[in-house]
Design a protein around this ligand. Structure first.
Ligand code: DAT
Ligand code: MG
Length: 144
């Protein structure tokens, strides 16, 4: 069964959207395999967003992702990687369709620039395997 990594980012947790996001996952019939609330670390974010480290917005992205606890998990189901991406909506909430999580709950970047888009999902099955190993591998089973 295909698996993907999802994250409810600090803005999603602060705004009380954990239940809303989990409800959508369960309503769709996906199975929650793992679920944890924790603080992201700089080290894990640098591995997770490896491809973005050189981008000008990376420092801001790290600040955002460490601004509060995240809820992180693994879900499984048929074609869950692409289905979850569709459920999230596109990266910039300005373009995310109503009905998607980003389109229903997030706004276009403001003057300050950052994209606060509530959720993360792996963008391919390879990325899912890599990201699950980063966050739930031997050395990171739990922060507790
Ligand atoms: P996604 O989260 O849709 O997979 P991504 O992997 O390209 O998008 O980028 C990861 C996160 O980085 C994204 O959710 C928000 C932030 N980000 C991406 N592009 C950005 C930009 N141009 N300015 C500011 N933040 C950006
Ligand atoms: Mg991505």
């Amino acid at each position: 069964m295909e698996k993907t990594l999802f994250i409810i980012k600090p803005d999603g947790v602060k705004r009380g959207l954990v239940g809303e996001v989990i409800k959508r996952i369960e309503r769709r019939g996906f199975i929650i395999e793992k679920l944890d609330m924790r603080m992201a670390t700089q080290e894990l974010l640098e591995q997770h967003y490896e491809a973005l480290i050189k981008k000008p917005f990376f420092p801001e992205l790290k600040d955002y992702m460490t601004s509060g606890p995240i809820v992180i998990g693994v879900i499984s189901g048929n074609r869950v990687v692409s289905s979850w991406r569709t459920m999230m909506g596109v990266t910039n909430p300005k373009d995310a369709l109503p009905g998607t999580i980003r389109g229903d709950f997030a706004q276009a970047p403001g003057e300050e620039g950052g994209i606060f888009n509530i959720v993360h999902g792996s963008d391919s099955t390879e990325a899912a395997k890599r990201e699950i190993a980063i966050w739930f591998g031997q050395s990171n089973k739990s922060t507790k």
